[in-house]
Design a protein around this ligand. Structure first.
Ligand code: URA
Ligand code: SF4
Length: 209
């Protein structure tokens, strides 16, 4: 299966999934969307009211603000993948429970493996917790860290910034800095790939000496 087929397969599985209690209240699951060959994945929390109606991520108020934030970063929505840590709407938009996060993580892990992005941008505490457990978002927002073969940037959740006016300038600034961080991440990954290539060549070079 190529990566596009894998993503389509996950979408089909999520549509009928009953692995956690959130399936009871869902109208539509929200698997996430975006090109299979994108460099960048955005990972939010879970579907809200409008997402549950439409089966698409970030289509409500937070989504409108995310579109503005993407524009700040010079990115267009169709260029990136956007999804969530849980694929079904928690009742009344409550926080997802640990057992729901654990049950749904398999899908997100398979989506990440299929896309193999250079950069993961977490939106809010729950997706940040996957990569930086126990860290305070106020201490690390907008900063990039390396996690294995990719980079992770933790951002405030757009909905949090809509509700707390004080966060808005910070999130706008963090997204405006994204192009610089993206260039740094691409350059660092290119350097590591070259280093691996050079180390592969080493035995031949040595035998020539
Ligand atoms: N908030 C999220 O975290 N995800 C969505 O898809 C919509 C709102
Ligand atoms: Fe399945 Fe995830 Fe929906 Fe739970 S939230 S029912 S694990 S798709």
């Amino acid at each position: 299966m190529n990566s596009e087929e894998t993503l389509a397969q996950i979408t089909n599985e999520v549509a009928v999934c009953q692995k956690c209690a959130l399936y009871h209240s869902r109208k539509m699951s929200v698997p996430g969307e975006g090109p299979a060959n994108t460099e960048i994945m955005f990972i939010g929390e879970g579907p809200g009211f409008y997402e549950n109606e439409q089966g698409r991520p970030f289509v409500g108020a937070a989504g409108k603000f995310l579109d503005e934030l993407l524009a700040q970063a010079g990115l267009k929505r169709p260029e990136v993948w956007i999804g969530n840590v849980v694929k079904c709407r928690p009742p009344a938009n409550r926080d997802p429970l640990p057992e729901e996060l654990a049950a749904c993580d398999e899908y997100l892990e398979r989506q990440i493996a299929a896309i193999n992005p250079k950069i993961i941008i977490t939106l809010g505490r729950y997706s940040m917790g996957k990569y930086m457990p126990g860290v305070k978002i106020s201490a690390v927002h907008g900063q990039m860290c390396r996690v294995g073969e990719r980079f992770v940037i933790a951002m405030f959740h757009p909905a949090a910034a809509l509700h707390q006016a004080a966060l808005k300038p910070a999130i706008l600034k963090d997204f405006a800095q994204l192009p610089i961080l993206l260039d740094q991440a691409r350059a660092a990954l290119k350097r590591s790939a070259q280093a691996v290539d050079e180390s592969k060549e080493l035995p031949t070079q040595l035998s020539l000496l």
